[in-house]
Design a protein around this ligand. Sequence first.
Ligand SMILES: [Zn+2]
Ligand SMILES: [Zn+2]
Length: 722
Amino acid sequence: MTRARVLLLTAALGPLDYRVPQGSDAPLGSVVVAPLGPRRMGGVVWEDESFGAPEPVGDNRLRNLYEIVPVPPVPAPLRRLVEWTSDYYLAPPGAVLRMVLPGAAFADARRPIVEYRATGELPARMTPQRIVALEKIGARQGLVRELAALADVSEAVIRGLVQAGALEAVSVSADAPYPEPDPDFGPPDLSAEQAAAASQLRDAVTAAIFETLLLDGVTGSGKTEVYMEAIAAAVEAGKQALVLLPEIALTEPMLTRFAARFGCEPVAWHSGLRSTERRRAWHAIARGEAKIVVGARSALFLPYADLGLIVVDEAHETSFKQEDGVHYHARDVAVMRGHFEALPVILASATPALESLAQVEAGRYRHIILPARYGGAMLPDLAAIDMRQDPPDRGRWLAPPLVDALADRLHKGEQSLLFLNRRGFAPLTLCRTCGHRIQCPNCTAWMVEHRLVHRLACHHCGHVMPPPRLCPECEDEDSLVACGPGVERVADEVTLRFPEARTAIVTSDTLWSPAKAAEFVANVEGGLIDIIIGTQLVTKGYHFPNLTLVGVVDADLGLDGGDLRASERTFQQIAQVAGRAGRGVKPGEVLIQTRVPDAPVMAALVANDREGFYAAEAASRRQAGAPPYGRFAALVISSEDIDVARGVAQRLGQKAPVADGLAIYGPAPAPLAMLRGRHRFRLLLHAPRSFDLQGTIRDWVARIDWPAKARLAIDVDPYSFV
Ligand SMILES: [Zn+2]
Ligand SMILES: [Zn+2]
């Protein structure tokens, strides 16, 4: 008889042994469905020697595998990547494997799925709910569940609309082939510098060996056109290419640019896909038919049949770090995937992470520099507005010089962008009478007012409530006031000052789908917008030639909180948003509102002294032993019961390992002491680079008994310290 060791798709268990049914074959990597207690569970046939041996089970007690799923086996290099990720980030291997095999992997690609779309007929009985639902659904189609979510109604309402003839069933085939990209479709017009960089990247793809290349070019230098040449080389070689993007909102304009270069849109992979699209994409990726894949970080673990290149665009973005479940950094795991699969990895950025520059310095990454903007466009002029000398009017947020600059652009018919990295209207609602601040019941966080939708919302757990009329504390009437600005409030000020200006607010609240992002781009390109007010969502990727002014409303915002990367992030964010100005023929101007114009990061930005900033930042990190010259890891213990969480944290603290060079801070209440109703305590480890942090943590957490009510989250190389 044949045994198979199977890694199941559950975080709770290691590998288990099963019997392969007679007449079947289940080689390593096979995707299977196995019995687990009374349940059916997916998994992959794995090497016997990985993850240590499970409890020995006699042949006669083994259970039969239910099914060997007819999809390509998970290749050995990807199995090694799952093991490495599990080991490095101290995450259960089954949890990592779930990113390789989402539900779409087990859906039969040949079986058509039934979706629904509007017929244009209105039901005889129209309720307000039905009117709103049909309006929101518009021309889109999807499963009943997806349409219900889209329209914010119950599934029963959708089914009612089907019965009334307002929605009709459509059969969708999930294995329709994708169009083949043509590497010669729209050859680019490259500058000499771009061509030189592109030829290095093409050669790296042809060589088909592991190498990391840092494509480092100022904003507007045409990095995308350059790395598209590497993608063309991969497609010419019959291989697949993966492009990771930090934001889903960026996907849509990117798809259009790819279509112009390759004659068809690439295959997209992100959380916004409908389940039929997801199923079709997963199977095409696993069969090697999806040649170019553009996706969010979750696209990184998919089982590409023949990957030839990975590009991480805007590689410095911290949103590549996953902050729940498996706490991995997609940029770093992408480099490991390149290592296991022997392929080049391109990290593209105008403001590389200090981590990436340190790898260049150590000789491990090749540095490819694009020093100038494409087409002779000049970098914009940056200037600081000292908010202590030039304060805005009372209750306003824009200083006089910025207001004058906006008026000037409006007069000339040019576009402006105001950047404030804060969603909503106001970050805090305060009672003037008693000083009460409205806080989330589940989190240590203020409720943020979103005036456009008349709600207070918690940005951590999603809790929403209508704005109260009375103070919940002293019950005084009309005593609640909004404190501080969010983008909605800045937009209000713009409308007050310039009633004729056409504005657009750009945040994840307004650009929540690729279609919305496409609409925004079309409006700006079509000259229908004068002033954009946006969060970090507008800082990258967009190319608007008529945008000549960028105003940074509060440059100091990111410096609060004492995060070790605060200066670096502020530099990157402002350099990125500044890069939106003056990308066409007309020169750009950037005005930075700050109360600390002398801070090194502000001085470096205004002087356009990137090298000086990075050198100073590197020196101070080296001295502090901070990344990339030292390492951190965080253990966060949480429980709904504060005593349980505190108790576990204290027991861990008592058993803390002692070692040369290792410092352990805590246990202490985490800065976000409560999150989603769970109390949180934190221990922070700090050690030199060479220190075996993972081994130390593994031994340490095994030394105490874990009550069922306590949960442990381990964050190796954390980017968030709350
Ligand atoms: Zn009050
Ligand atoms: Zn909350």
